[in-house]
Ligand binder design. Structure first.
Ligand code: NCD
Length: 315
């Protein structure tokens, strides 16, 4: 049975739990030199219509570890530049016999559209301002490794909530798993209809960071901002930067996260980015394992066997 992974909002708690458990199993296997053997020969299309470093490389690494091949789609070099629609591009890729599609696109809802026309496994790697489910799973795995639970944790999600698919996927996931979600940012960078997202909204940083277990910074998404939305970067920094000083009100053992790419010195200072609270590098690495889990999950291969050679070494 194949599946799609398009959003966190539409996942049930047991599905989130099984994806996280599967990610952990993949991580253990990779770290023990026993990545899963491919259950079948499969080719995954990586369709990145927007720039990406972490997400693209970690999907490639996930495919490498799991023994899948990838076919990279370069938007500028494709027929899209000749005016082909997304729908026709996806239909073409179906005819090319790809087994799954991973898609990142600037339009909210593009992953859903891709799933409709591909008719097989599709993973959303970020659709506009909508969702980025594998990032939220990587973040949840990282939090679990540090805190041992999600339930009851105070999590502050800071910054450009309005434009952030990472904020949306994380808010849904954390709320479903019982965390106390706080969304904080300048009024212009918070959604107008706050009732559509789970969590409590704050316009001042310190009350949102008070006693926080997890402080999750967001990138200022200038490419999605209408002109004039942000008064000035300096003003943002003064009001909302996560730094040595503002972190004083959070728990002593709080962790600081950022999905990257970071505007160092704007969303967070060097202390927050590189100091003892930072888990940013771990988020990146966990991205590999959750994408391994996402691929095996959409293929319905939740119990992928250990590679025979590695198993012998272990025996
Ligand atoms: C995020 C994205 O592209 O949504 N980055 C990522 O995937 N790690 C966040 C961002 O670009 O701000």
């Amino acid at each position: 049975m194949s599946r799609t992974l398009l959003s966190i909002r539409h996942l049930e708690v047991p599905e989130i739990e099984s994806l996280l458990q599967l990610s952990k199993e993949h991580k253990d296997r990779v770290l023990n030199g026993m990545p899963p053997a491919p259950a079948a020969s499969r080719t995954i299309g990586l369709l990145f219509f927007e720039n990406s470093t972490r997400t693209r490389v970690s999907f490639e690494q996930a495919a490498n570890y799991s023994g899948y091949r990838v076919s990279n789609f370069i938007a500028e070099a494709s027929s899209l530049s000749k005016g082909e629609t997304l729908k026709d591009t996806i239909r073409t890729l179906r005819s090319e016999r790809l087994d799954a599609v991973v898609i990142r696109h600037k339009s909210s809802g593009s992953a859903q559209l891709a799933a409709q026309f591909f008719g097989g496994p599709v993973i959303n790697a970020g659709d506009g301002e909508h969702e980025h489910p594998t990032q939220a799973l990587a973040d949840a795995l990282t939090i679990l490794e540090h805190k041992g639970r999600l339930d009851g944790l105070k999590v502050a999600i800071v910054g450009d909530v309005l434009h952030s698919r990472v904020a949306r996927s994380n808010a849904w996931l954390l709320e479903k798993m019982g965390a106390d979600v706080r969304l904080v940012g300048p009024p212009n960078l918070l959604p107008a209809e706050t009732g559509k997202l789970p969590g409590e909204f704050y316009q001042s940083l310190l009350p949102a960071l008070q006693d926080a277990d997890v402080v999750m910074c967001l990138r200022l998404q200038k490419e999605r901002m209408m002109e004039g939305l942000l008064a000035s970067v300096g003003q943002y920094r003064r009001g909302y930067q996560v730094n040595r000083e503002t972190l004083m009100v959070a728990k002593d053992d709080c962790i600081v996260m950022h999905p990257g790419p970071l505007n160092r010195g704007v969303e967070l200072d060097d202390f927050a980015a590189d100091g003892p609270h930072s888990v940013i590098g771990e988020q990146v690495e966990n991205g590999i394992y959750v994408r391994m889990a996402a691929l095996s999950w959409v293929f319905g291969e939740s119990l992928a066997p250990v590679k025979a050679k590695a198993a012998k070494v272990n025996a």
